[in-house]
Ligand binder design. Structure first.
Ligand code: AMP
Ligand code: MG
Length: 317
């Protein structure tokens, strides 16, 4: 598969490709997405091919206007209504019962659909001009860290997609929080920048999906796949070791300063900065031929829960 990928700064030009059935990568506040017209099953199939994504992993549908959610969902129940009122537009996906017009390839055959309205101004401008809602997973090759800047998208998907809408690096750096509102009580399927504590102010009976435990059936199809992985192996620690045990080619990322012996080191000033730089750091380490990345686990609160989740998955847990 090889085609010319047009790189543009114009949301309107990118919309043209999408409305003609093309694949368009676009910036959002979480990570870059790879979009296709939700009502064009052939175009959506192209997303799975371009990414090498398993076909039983559903896509999130993106819209600019929350008032248009009815184009893909058949019902917006009470918890969904409360979450949408409080957190849309923003880094939250709600899973709702899908409407019959949503092709099976989008929902991977599930009776539900994930919906999100990004707050990113370039994403909003792009989506506003698209004729239909846009099905979009992260714009990386399947299994690789999600792209948080346009160069990472080009590295993975250049020559495999029609257009790349270029923008600033993503300000959050981790994928959206996902809440399944069709479950009773609602279930947190994936942690993100909107933390459990904030969600529970709106949906007090929210529960954590426990399906990441080996042996349990996954509650969300995406949970069963290896994710976010750099080439290097990952070592997780609760606190920095004195030195990196003489391991050659070792890198460090965390809230604490790098231990002695780190070839590449990143000390983040806050959990928010940690989230923003994590996936880019993984890619930098791969480009530098790092063999081991030591990662400090942040406290399990706010966005820290999401960072821990991505670190565990990157380490293969
Ligand atoms: P990505 O943002 O690229 O990781 O892809 C979207 C993820 O959202 C998938 O891997 C699923 O885990 C989740 N997802 C999307 N739609 C649904 C749905 N209808 N039900 C449950 N999970 C979903
Ligand atoms: Mg992804």
């Amino acid at each position: 598969m090889s085609m010319q990928t047009v790189v543009t700064d114009s949301p309107l030009e990118a919309t043209g490709f999408l409305n003609r059935g093309g694949l368009v990568a676009f910036p959002t506040e979480t990570v870059y997405g790879l979009g296709a017209d939700v009502f064009n099953p052939g175009a959506v199939a192209g997303i799975f091919t371009a990414k090498g994504r398993p076909s039983d992993n559903p896509l999130i549908v993106h819209l600019q206007d929350p008032d248009r959610i009815g184009e893909v969902a058949s019902e917006i129940n009470t918890p969904a209504r409360a979450l949408i009122a409080r957190f849309f537009p923003g880094p939250l996906t709600v899973v709702l019962r899908k409407n019959h017009s949503v092709p099976d390839i989008v929902s991977a055959g599930l009776p539900t659909v994930g919906v999100r309205c990004p707050s990113h101004p370039v994403a909003a401008e792009f989506l506003r001009h698209c004729r239909h809602p846009v099905a979009a997973p992260s714009a990386n090759l399947s299994g690789r860290p999600s792209p948080t800047d346009w160069k990472a998208v080009f590295h993975d998907l250049g020559g495999r997609i029609d257009c790349l809408l270029r923008g600033e690096p993503s300000t959050i750096g981790l994928e959206s929080t996902i809440v399944d509102c069709t479950a009773d009580p609602p279930l947190l399927l994936r942690s993100g920048a909107i933390g459990l504590e904030s969600l529970m102010e709106v949906v007090p009976d929210l529960e954590l999906a426990t399906s990441c435990t080996p042996g349990d059936a996954p509650k969300s199809p995406g949970m069963k796949y290896r994710h976010y992985s750099p080439e290097a192996s990952i070592v997780l620690v609760e606190a920095p070791p004195h030195d990196l045990l003489q391991l050659p080619q070792a890198a460090w990322i965390g809230l604490s300063p790098p231990p002695e012996g780190a070839i590449l080191g990143m000390a983040c000033r806050s959990p928010e900065e940690y989230a923003r730089v994590l996936f880019g750091f993984f890619r930098t380490c791969d480009a530098a031929g790092i063999s081991t990345i030591w990662c400090e686990l942040p406290p399990e609160e706010g966005i820290g829960r999401a960072i821990r989740d991505r670190l565990f998955k990157a380490a293969g847990n």
